[in-house]
Ligand binder design. Structure first.
Ligand SMILES: NC(=O)C1=CN([C@@H]2O[C@H](COP(=O)(O)OP(=O)(O)OC[C@H]3O[C@@H](n4cnc5c(N)ncnc54)[C@H](OP(=O)(O)O)[C@@H]3O)[C@@H](O)[C@H]2O)C=CC1
Ligand SMILES: N[C@@H](CC=O)C(=O)O
Length: 431
Protein backbone atom coordinates (compact mmCIF):
# COMPACT_ATOMS: atom_id res chain seq x y z
CA UNK A 1 0.00 0.00 0.00
CA UNK A 2 1.20 3.53 -0.79
CA UNK A 3 2.50 6.00 1.81
CA UNK A 4 0.31 9.05 1.33
CA UNK A 5 1.94 12.45 1.67
CA UNK A 6 0.23 15.78 2.29
CA UNK A 7 2.33 18.68 1.08
CA UNK A 8 1.80 22.07 2.73
CA UNK A 9 3.21 24.76 0.42
CA UNK A 10 4.23 24.53 -3.21
CA UNK A 11 6.69 27.40 -3.65
CA UNK A 12 10.44 27.24 -4.30
CA UNK A 13 10.95 24.13 -2.14
CA UNK A 14 7.51 22.49 -2.33
CA UNK A 15 7.35 22.50 -6.14
CA UNK A 16 10.75 20.84 -6.29
CA UNK A 17 9.62 18.19 -3.79
CA UNK A 18 6.66 17.38 -6.07
CA UNK A 19 8.94 17.12 -9.12
CA UNK A 20 11.40 14.82 -7.32
CA UNK A 21 8.69 12.54 -5.92
CA UNK A 22 7.32 12.19 -9.46
CA UNK A 23 10.67 11.84 -11.24
CA UNK A 24 12.16 9.33 -8.77
CA UNK A 25 9.01 7.43 -7.89
CA UNK A 26 10.37 3.95 -8.66
CA UNK A 27 13.64 4.42 -6.70
CA UNK A 28 11.82 6.03 -3.78
CA UNK A 29 9.34 3.15 -3.62
CA UNK A 30 12.23 0.69 -3.57
CA UNK A 31 14.04 2.61 -0.83
CA UNK A 32 10.98 3.08 1.36
CA UNK A 33 9.45 -0.32 0.76
CA UNK A 34 6.19 1.24 -0.48
CA UNK A 35 5.32 3.84 -3.12
CA UNK A 36 5.22 7.49 -2.03
CA UNK A 37 2.08 9.18 -3.29
CA UNK A 38 1.20 12.87 -2.99
CA UNK A 39 -2.34 12.86 -1.61
CA UNK A 40 -2.91 16.62 -1.56
CA UNK A 41 -1.13 19.96 -1.81
CA UNK A 42 -2.19 22.96 0.27
CA UNK A 43 -1.40 26.43 -1.10
CA UNK A 44 -2.63 29.96 -0.54
CA UNK A 45 -3.67 30.65 -4.12
CA UNK A 46 -5.23 28.10 -6.46
CA UNK A 47 -4.95 28.11 -10.24
CA UNK A 48 -1.27 29.08 -10.54
CA UNK A 49 1.04 27.21 -12.87
CA UNK A 50 3.71 25.77 -10.60
CA UNK A 51 5.42 23.70 -13.28
CA UNK A 52 4.90 20.47 -11.37
CA UNK A 53 2.69 18.69 -13.89
CA UNK A 54 0.51 17.12 -11.17
CA UNK A 55 -3.27 16.78 -11.31
CA UNK A 56 -4.75 20.24 -10.46
CA UNK A 57 -7.40 18.45 -8.38
CA UNK A 58 -4.69 17.73 -5.78
CA UNK A 59 -4.46 21.42 -4.85
CA UNK A 60 -6.51 22.86 -2.01
CA UNK A 61 -6.57 25.95 0.19
CA UNK A 62 -7.96 23.92 3.09
CA UNK A 63 -4.71 22.84 4.75
CA UNK A 64 -6.45 22.07 8.07
CA UNK A 65 -8.63 19.36 6.55
CA UNK A 66 -5.74 17.98 4.53
CA UNK A 67 -3.44 17.36 7.52
CA UNK A 68 -6.09 15.34 9.39
CA UNK A 69 -7.41 13.37 6.42
CA UNK A 70 -7.51 9.69 7.47
CA UNK A 71 -5.62 8.42 4.40
CA UNK A 72 -2.61 10.74 4.96
CA UNK A 73 0.49 9.19 6.57
CA UNK A 74 3.09 11.96 6.40
CA UNK A 75 2.75 15.74 6.32
CA UNK A 76 5.51 17.79 4.67
CA UNK A 77 5.39 21.43 5.76
CA UNK A 78 7.13 23.91 3.45
CA UNK A 79 4.95 26.95 4.00
CA UNK A 80 7.34 28.69 6.41
CA UNK A 81 6.70 31.18 9.22
CA UNK A 82 5.07 30.56 12.59
CA UNK A 83 1.34 30.42 11.88
CA UNK A 84 -0.49 28.60 10.42
CA UNK A 85 2.51 26.23 10.16
CA UNK A 86 2.64 25.52 13.93
CA UNK A 87 -1.08 24.74 14.26
CA UNK A 88 -1.05 22.60 11.14
CA UNK A 89 1.93 20.56 12.35
CA UNK A 90 0.41 20.11 15.81
CA UNK A 91 -2.91 19.07 14.27
CA UNK A 92 -1.09 16.59 12.04
CA UNK A 93 0.84 15.12 14.98
CA UNK A 94 -2.33 14.83 17.07
CA UNK A 95 -3.93 12.99 14.17
CA UNK A 96 -1.01 10.50 14.23
CA UNK A 97 0.82 11.72 11.11
CA UNK A 98 4.60 11.92 10.91
CA UNK A 99 5.97 15.31 9.90
CA UNK A 100 8.83 16.61 7.77
CA UNK A 101 9.48 20.34 7.86
CA UNK A 102 12.06 22.84 6.57
CA UNK A 103 10.77 25.56 8.87
CA UNK A 104 13.69 26.88 10.91
CA UNK A 105 11.79 29.93 12.16
CA UNK A 106 9.18 27.72 13.79
CA UNK A 107 11.63 25.11 15.10
CA UNK A 108 13.79 27.82 16.64
CA UNK A 109 10.82 29.47 18.31
CA UNK A 110 8.87 26.45 19.47
CA UNK A 111 10.83 23.32 18.60
CA UNK A 112 10.57 21.89 22.12
CA UNK A 113 6.75 21.92 21.93
CA UNK A 114 6.73 20.21 18.53
CA UNK A 115 9.22 17.52 19.59
CA UNK A 116 7.30 16.85 22.81
CA UNK A 117 4.03 16.55 20.88
CA UNK A 118 5.61 14.10 18.43
CA UNK A 119 7.10 12.02 21.27
CA UNK A 120 3.73 11.90 23.04
CA UNK A 121 1.98 10.81 19.84
CA UNK A 122 4.67 8.26 18.91
CA UNK A 123 5.32 9.86 15.52
CA UNK A 124 8.39 11.44 13.92
CA UNK A 125 9.21 15.05 13.21
CA UNK A 126 12.28 15.40 10.95
CA UNK A 127 13.74 18.74 9.92
CA UNK A 128 17.09 18.25 8.15
CA UNK A 129 16.25 20.88 5.51
CA UNK A 130 15.82 23.58 8.13
CA UNK A 131 19.58 24.12 8.52
CA UNK A 132 22.17 24.35 5.74
CA UNK A 133 19.98 23.26 2.80
CA UNK A 134 21.21 20.03 1.24
CA UNK A 135 23.97 19.37 3.76
CA UNK A 136 23.34 16.36 6.00
CA UNK A 137 24.12 18.06 9.31
CA UNK A 138 21.29 17.63 11.80
CA UNK A 139 21.05 13.87 11.66
CA UNK A 140 24.84 13.48 12.03
CA UNK A 141 24.57 15.75 15.11
CA UNK A 142 21.55 13.91 16.45
CA UNK A 143 22.57 10.34 15.63
CA UNK A 144 26.19 9.90 14.53
CA UNK A 145 27.57 12.14 17.29
CA UNK A 146 25.16 10.94 20.00
CA UNK A 147 28.05 9.21 21.78
CA UNK A 148 30.38 12.21 21.71
CA UNK A 149 30.57 15.59 23.45
CA UNK A 150 30.30 18.53 21.07
CA UNK A 151 32.09 21.68 22.22
CA UNK A 152 31.60 24.01 19.27
CA UNK A 153 29.59 24.37 16.10
CA UNK A 154 30.83 27.14 13.86
CA UNK A 155 29.89 28.05 10.34
CA UNK A 156 28.14 29.80 7.51
CA UNK A 157 24.48 28.83 7.60
CA UNK A 158 22.78 31.46 5.46
CA UNK A 159 23.20 31.18 1.71
CA UNK A 160 21.70 34.56 0.83
CA UNK A 161 24.06 36.60 3.01
CA UNK A 162 27.06 34.55 1.94
CA UNK A 163 26.07 35.17 -1.69
CA UNK A 164 25.81 38.94 -1.06
CA UNK A 165 29.09 39.20 0.89
CA UNK A 166 30.87 37.10 -1.74
CA UNK A 167 29.58 39.34 -4.58
CA UNK A 168 30.65 42.45 -2.64
CA UNK A 169 34.10 40.97 -2.00
CA UNK A 170 34.92 39.42 -5.36
CA UNK A 171 33.02 41.65 -7.81
CA UNK A 172 32.68 44.91 -5.91
CA UNK A 173 28.92 44.49 -6.34
CA UNK A 174 26.42 46.55 -4.35
CA UNK A 175 24.30 45.16 -1.52
CA UNK A 176 20.90 45.77 -3.14
CA UNK A 177 21.74 44.27 -6.55
CA UNK A 178 23.31 41.19 -4.92
CA UNK A 179 20.24 40.65 -2.76
CA UNK A 180 17.99 40.91 -5.83
CA UNK A 181 20.09 38.26 -7.56
CA UNK A 182 19.89 35.96 -4.51
CA UNK A 183 16.11 36.39 -4.47
CA UNK A 184 15.83 35.57 -8.17
CA UNK A 185 17.82 32.38 -7.58
CA UNK A 186 15.36 31.26 -4.86
CA UNK A 187 17.83 31.54 -1.98
CA UNK A 188 16.15 34.26 0.07
CA UNK A 189 13.27 33.90 2.51
CA UNK A 190 9.82 35.19 1.53
CA UNK A 191 10.77 38.30 3.54
CA UNK A 192 14.52 38.73 2.92
CA UNK A 193 14.84 40.81 6.10
CA UNK A 194 15.08 37.40 7.79
CA UNK A 195 18.28 36.75 5.84
CA UNK A 196 20.03 40.11 5.83
CA UNK A 197 19.24 40.96 9.46
CA UNK A 198 20.50 37.57 10.63
CA UNK A 199 17.16 36.17 11.89
CA UNK A 200 17.40 33.13 9.61
CA UNK A 201 20.97 32.34 10.71
CA UNK A 202 19.99 32.92 14.35
CA UNK A 203 17.13 30.43 14.03
CA UNK A 204 19.53 27.89 12.55
CA UNK A 205 22.07 28.58 15.30
CA UNK A 206 19.39 27.89 17.93
CA UNK A 207 18.53 24.56 16.27
CA UNK A 208 22.21 23.60 16.03
CA UNK A 209 22.90 24.54 19.66
CA UNK A 210 19.92 22.52 20.88
CA UNK A 211 21.06 19.42 19.04
CA UNK A 212 24.78 19.84 19.71
CA UNK A 213 24.45 20.49 23.44
CA UNK A 214 21.27 18.48 24.10
CA UNK A 215 19.56 21.49 25.62
CA UNK A 216 15.99 22.49 24.90
CA UNK A 217 16.69 25.94 26.42
CA UNK A 218 17.88 27.69 23.28
CA UNK A 219 15.35 29.62 21.20
CA UNK A 220 15.99 32.20 18.50
CA UNK A 221 15.42 34.95 21.07
CA UNK A 222 18.44 33.70 23.07
CA UNK A 223 20.81 34.08 20.14
CA UNK A 224 22.91 37.24 19.93
CA UNK A 225 22.10 38.43 16.42
CA UNK A 226 23.57 41.01 14.06
CA UNK A 227 22.94 41.02 10.31
CA UNK A 228 24.89 42.34 7.34
CA UNK A 229 22.89 45.47 6.47
CA UNK A 230 25.56 47.68 8.02
CA UNK A 231 28.49 46.01 6.28
CA UNK A 232 29.92 48.59 3.89
CA UNK A 233 32.30 48.49 0.95
CA UNK A 234 34.74 50.17 3.38
CA UNK A 235 34.50 47.19 5.77
CA UNK A 236 35.14 44.77 2.91
CA UNK A 237 38.19 46.85 1.89
CA UNK A 238 39.48 47.03 5.50
CA UNK A 239 39.10 43.27 5.80
CA UNK A 240 41.01 42.80 2.54
CA UNK A 241 43.79 45.08 3.77
CA UNK A 242 44.20 42.78 6.79
CA UNK A 243 44.16 39.61 4.68
CA UNK A 244 40.60 38.88 5.81
CA UNK A 245 37.17 38.39 4.29
CA UNK A 246 33.82 39.35 5.84
CA UNK A 247 31.52 36.39 6.60
CA UNK A 248 28.28 36.10 8.55
CA UNK A 249 29.01 33.33 11.04
CA UNK A 250 26.92 31.32 13.46
CA UNK A 251 28.93 30.32 16.51
CA UNK A 252 27.59 27.94 19.16
CA UNK A 253 30.08 27.24 21.91
CA UNK A 254 30.09 25.41 25.21
CA UNK A 255 31.60 27.59 27.98
CA UNK A 256 35.01 26.51 29.29
CA UNK A 257 33.43 25.42 32.59
CA UNK A 258 30.80 23.43 30.67
CA UNK A 259 27.96 25.09 32.61
CA UNK A 260 26.45 27.20 29.82
CA UNK A 261 26.56 27.79 26.09
CA UNK A 262 27.07 30.89 23.96
CA UNK A 263 25.10 31.24 20.73
CA UNK A 264 25.72 34.15 18.39
CA UNK A 265 25.38 35.29 14.79
CA UNK A 266 27.28 38.29 13.47
CA UNK A 267 29.61 39.41 10.69
CA UNK A 268 33.25 38.52 11.25
CA UNK A 269 36.49 39.57 9.59
CA UNK A 270 38.02 36.13 9.04
CA UNK A 271 41.58 35.40 7.81
CA UNK A 272 41.55 34.32 4.16
CA UNK A 273 43.46 31.14 5.00
CA UNK A 274 40.61 29.89 7.23
CA UNK A 275 38.60 27.20 5.36
CA UNK A 276 35.35 29.13 5.91
CA UNK A 277 36.83 32.11 4.05
CA UNK A 278 36.77 30.18 0.78
CA UNK A 279 33.07 29.31 1.00
CA UNK A 280 31.55 31.29 -1.88
CA UNK A 281 28.14 31.90 -3.51
CA UNK A 282 25.19 30.43 -1.55
CA UNK A 283 27.26 27.55 -0.19
CA UNK A 284 27.21 26.79 3.52
CA UNK A 285 29.93 25.18 5.61
CA UNK A 286 29.85 24.14 9.24
CA UNK A 287 32.57 22.88 11.55
CA UNK A 288 31.50 20.60 14.36
CA UNK A 289 34.15 20.12 17.02
CA UNK A 290 33.65 17.14 19.29
CA UNK A 291 35.89 15.74 21.98
CA UNK A 292 36.52 12.30 20.47
CA UNK A 293 35.69 12.87 16.81
CA UNK A 294 37.79 16.04 16.55
CA UNK A 295 36.96 18.58 13.86
CA UNK A 296 34.36 17.65 11.27
CA UNK A 297 33.53 19.89 8.33
CA UNK A 298 30.20 19.80 6.52
CA UNK A 299 30.02 21.68 3.22
CA UNK A 300 27.55 22.07 0.38
CA UNK A 301 24.69 24.04 -1.18
CA UNK A 302 22.88 25.87 1.61
CA UNK A 303 19.81 27.22 -0.17
CA UNK A 304 17.64 26.89 -3.26
CA UNK A 305 14.77 24.67 -4.33
CA UNK A 306 16.54 21.50 -5.47
CA UNK A 307 19.17 21.28 -2.67
CA UNK A 308 16.52 21.87 -0.01
CA UNK A 309 14.12 19.41 -1.62
CA UNK A 310 16.90 16.80 -1.52
CA UNK A 311 17.05 17.15 2.28
CA UNK A 312 13.25 17.06 2.53
CA UNK A 313 13.14 13.87 0.43
CA UNK A 314 15.82 12.25 2.62
CA UNK A 315 13.65 12.93 5.67
CA UNK A 316 10.54 11.76 3.88
CA UNK A 317 12.15 8.41 3.06
CA UNK A 318 13.36 8.06 6.68
CA UNK A 319 10.01 8.79 8.34
CA UNK A 320 8.16 6.64 5.80
CA UNK A 321 10.47 3.72 6.60
CA UNK A 322 9.93 4.28 10.32
CA UNK A 323 6.17 4.25 9.83
CA UNK A 324 6.33 1.03 7.88
CA UNK A 325 8.45 -0.46 10.66
CA UNK A 326 6.01 0.88 13.28
CA UNK A 327 8.72 2.94 15.04
CA UNK A 328 9.59 6.58 15.68
CA UNK A 329 12.73 8.30 16.93
CA UNK A 330 11.34 10.10 19.98
CA UNK A 331 13.80 12.99 19.73
CA UNK A 332 14.34 15.56 22.49
CA UNK A 333 13.69 13.34 25.49
CA UNK A 334 17.11 14.07 27.03
CA UNK A 335 17.44 17.71 28.07
CA UNK A 336 20.63 18.89 29.81
CA UNK A 337 18.92 22.22 30.47
CA UNK A 338 22.19 24.08 29.77
CA UNK A 339 21.45 27.82 29.83
CA UNK A 340 22.67 30.41 27.32
CA UNK A 341 25.19 32.91 28.68
CA UNK A 342 25.07 36.58 27.67
CA UNK A 343 27.09 37.84 24.70
CA UNK A 344 29.01 40.18 27.02
CA UNK A 345 30.95 37.20 28.40
CA UNK A 346 32.21 36.12 24.99
CA UNK A 347 35.86 36.89 24.44
CA UNK A 348 36.47 38.42 21.03
CA UNK A 349 38.32 41.16 19.18
CA UNK A 350 37.05 44.35 17.52
CA UNK A 351 38.05 46.21 14.38
CA UNK A 352 36.95 49.83 14.87
CA UNK A 353 37.03 52.70 12.34
CA UNK A 354 36.65 56.17 13.81
CA UNK A 355 36.11 59.43 11.93
CA UNK A 356 38.23 61.77 14.02
CA UNK A 357 39.21 65.40 14.30
CA UNK A 358 42.72 65.64 12.84
CA UNK A 359 44.17 67.22 16.01
CA UNK A 360 47.17 66.52 18.22
CA UNK A 361 46.29 64.27 21.16
CA UNK A 362 43.46 62.40 19.48
CA UNK A 363 45.27 59.08 19.49
CA UNK A 364 46.28 59.51 23.15
CA UNK A 365 42.67 60.24 24.14
CA UNK A 366 41.35 57.23 22.21
CA UNK A 367 44.02 55.01 23.79
CA UNK A 368 42.96 56.25 27.22
CA UNK A 369 39.38 55.12 26.61
CA UNK A 370 40.60 51.66 25.67
CA UNK A 371 42.74 51.50 28.83
CA UNK A 372 39.89 52.73 31.05
CA UNK A 373 37.84 49.73 29.87
CA UNK A 374 40.63 47.21 30.30
CA UNK A 375 41.02 46.67 26.55
CA UNK A 376 44.42 46.85 24.88
CA UNK A 377 45.09 47.93 21.32
CA UNK A 378 46.79 45.43 19.02
CA UNK A 379 47.40 47.87 16.19
CA UNK A 380 46.32 51.28 14.97
CA UNK A 381 46.76 53.31 11.82
CA UNK A 382 45.64 56.73 10.67
CA UNK A 383 44.12 57.14 7.23
CA UNK A 384 43.46 60.48 5.50
CA UNK A 385 43.87 64.03 6.77
CA UNK A 386 41.72 66.96 7.84
CA UNK A 387 38.01 66.25 7.54
CA UNK A 388 38.75 62.79 6.11
CA UNK A 389 40.95 61.64 8.99
CA UNK A 390 40.19 58.13 10.25
CA UNK A 391 41.72 56.01 12.97
CA UNK A 392 41.50 52.28 12.34
CA UNK A 393 42.11 50.19 15.46
CA UNK A 394 42.19 46.48 16.14
CA UNK A 395 41.90 45.44 19.77
CA UNK A 396 43.41 42.52 21.58
CA UNK A 397 40.96 39.87 22.78
CA UNK A 398 38.64 41.01 25.56
CA UNK A 399 35.12 40.28 26.84
CA UNK A 400 32.51 41.60 24.42
CA UNK A 401 30.96 43.72 27.18
CA UNK A 402 34.23 45.62 27.68
CA UNK A 403 34.66 46.08 23.93
CA UNK A 404 31.09 47.33 23.49
CA UNK A 405 31.56 49.71 26.41
CA UNK A 406 34.76 51.02 24.82
CA UNK A 407 32.87 51.79 21.61
CA UNK A 408 30.12 53.59 23.55
CA UNK A 409 32.71 55.77 25.32
CA UNK A 410 34.49 56.51 22.03
CA UNK A 411 31.19 57.61 20.53
CA UNK A 412 30.94 60.29 23.23
CA UNK A 413 34.46 61.72 22.78
CA UNK A 414 34.33 65.18 21.22
CA UNK A 415 37.42 64.38 19.13
CA UNK A 416 35.51 61.48 17.53
CA UNK A 417 33.12 62.72 14.87
CA UNK A 418 31.61 59.27 14.29
CA UNK A 419 32.18 55.58 14.87
CA UNK A 420 32.24 54.64 11.20
CA UNK A 421 32.21 50.89 11.70
CA UNK A 422 32.72 48.14 14.25
CA UNK A 423 33.26 44.50 13.37
CA UNK A 424 34.60 41.50 15.23
CA UNK A 425 37.81 39.94 14.00
CA UNK A 426 38.10 36.22 14.69
CA UNK A 427 40.86 33.85 13.66
CA UNK A 428 39.50 30.69 15.30
CA UNK A 429 43.13 29.71 15.49
CA UNK A 430 42.18 26.91 17.85
CA UNK A 431 39.73 25.64 15.22
N1 LIG B 1 14.15 28.55 -0.33
C1 LIG B 1 15.17 27.98 0.29
O1 LIG B 1 16.32 27.97 -0.19
C2 LIG B 1 14.96 27.30 1.59
C3 LIG B 1 13.76 27.38 2.27
N2 LIG B 1 13.62 26.75 3.46
C4 LIG B 1 12.36 26.83 4.17
O2 LIG B 1 11.36 26.13 3.42
C5 LIG B 1 10.09 26.72 3.64
C6 LIG B 1 9.49 27.12 2.31
O3 LIG B 1 10.34 28.02 1.67
P1 LIG B 1 10.08 28.46 0.15
O4 LIG B 1 9.63 27.30 -0.64
O5 LIG B 1 11.32 29.18 -0.26
O6 LIG B 1 8.91 29.49 0.34
P2 LIG B 1 7.90 30.06 -0.78
O7 LIG B 1 7.48 31.40 -0.30
O8 LIG B 1 8.50 29.94 -2.14
O9 LIG B 1 6.66 29.05 -0.73
C7 LIG B 1 5.73 29.04 0.32
C8 LIG B 1 4.53 28.21 -0.10
O10 LIG B 1 3.64 28.15 1.00
C9 LIG B 1 2.30 28.45 0.55
N3 LIG B 1 1.57 29.06 1.63
C10 LIG B 1 1.82 30.23 2.26
N4 LIG B 1 0.89 30.45 3.22
C11 LIG B 1 0.05 29.39 3.18
C12 LIG B 1 -1.11 29.04 3.91
N5 LIG B 1 -1.58 29.81 4.89
N6 LIG B 1 -1.73 27.88 3.60
C13 LIG B 1 -1.27 27.08 2.62
N7 LIG B 1 -0.16 27.37 1.89
C14 LIG B 1 0.48 28.52 2.17
C15 LIG B 1 2.49 29.38 -0.61
O11 LIG B 1 1.34 29.32 -1.43
P3 LIG B 1 1.18 30.21 -2.77
O12 LIG B 1 2.21 29.65 -3.69
O13 LIG B 1 -0.20 29.97 -3.20
O14 LIG B 1 1.48 31.61 -2.36
C16 LIG B 1 3.75 28.79 -1.27
O15 LIG B 1 3.37 27.77 -2.14
C17 LIG B 1 10.34 27.89 4.61
O16 LIG B 1 10.18 27.45 5.92
C18 LIG B 1 11.80 28.22 4.37
O17 LIG B 1 12.41 28.86 5.47
C19 LIG B 1 14.60 26.00 4.03
C20 LIG B 1 15.80 25.88 3.41
C21 LIG B 1 16.09 26.55 2.15
N1 LIG C 1 17.11 31.93 3.01
C1 LIG C 1 17.87 30.81 3.43
C2 LIG C 1 17.39 29.58 2.73
C3 LIG C 1 17.90 28.35 3.31
O1 LIG C 1 17.79 28.08 4.49
C4 LIG C 1 19.34 31.03 3.09
O2 LIG C 1 19.62 31.95 2.33
O3 LIG C 1 20.16 30.30 3.62
Amino acid sequence: MAMKVALLGCGVVGAEVVRLVDRQSAELAARVGAPLEIGGIAVRRLGRDRGTGVDPALFTTDATSLVTRPDIDVVVEVIGGIEPARSLILDAIKAGKSVVTANKALLAEDGATLLAAARAAGVDIYYEASVAGAIPLLRPLRDSLAGDRVNRVLGIVNGTTNFILDRMDTQGAGFAESLEEAQALGYAEADPTADVEGFDAAAKAAILARLAFHTQNVTAADVHREGITEVTAGDIASAKAMGCVVKLLAICQRAADGGSVGVRVHPVMLPREHPLASVTEAYNAVFVEAESAGRLMFYGPGAGGAPTASAVLGDLVAVARNRLAGTSVGEGGHDTGLPVHPMGQTVTRYHISLDVADRPGVLARVAEVFAENGVSIKNVRQEGFGDDAQLVLVSHRAPDAALAQTVERLRRLDMVRAVASVMRVEAFADA
